[in-house]
Design a protein around this ligand. Structure first.
Ligand code: FES
Length: 95
């Protein structure tokens, strides 16, 4: 699976299918920042452009409530810590 970023200076990454984004993107040179990694803090809020969006996990109740409160105007927003690399993704960090 390929993960790419809208932010300049961050090359696309080829990652194993199913890899949790919180594991593969959490590092000192990542364009996405993480906090709790449990879907509560919102630090990892991203816009997701997926080539196969139906493969993405359905947001949990907690994630859905967070998105409705903090990103209601962004239908493709997700919490990166709740996603896995199930298809090719292009991410835009929103925080
Ligand atoms: S890291 Fe806290 S919600 Fe994703």
């Amino acid at each position: 699976m390929r993960i790419s970023f809208e932010a300049e200076g961050f090359p696309a990454m080829d990652v194993p299918p199913g890899a949790p984004l919180a594991d593969i993107l959490d590092g000192p040179h990542s364009p996405v920042f993480f906090g709790c990694k449990s879907g509560n803090c919102g630090t990892c809020l991203v816009d997701v452009n997926a080539d196969q969006p139906t493969l993405l996990s359905v947001p949990s109740t907690d994630e859905r409530e967070f998105l409705e409160t903090h990103a209601a105007d962004r239908p493709t927003a997700r919490l990166a810590c709740q996603l896995k690399a199930v298809c090719n993704l292009k991410l835009k960090y929103l925080n």
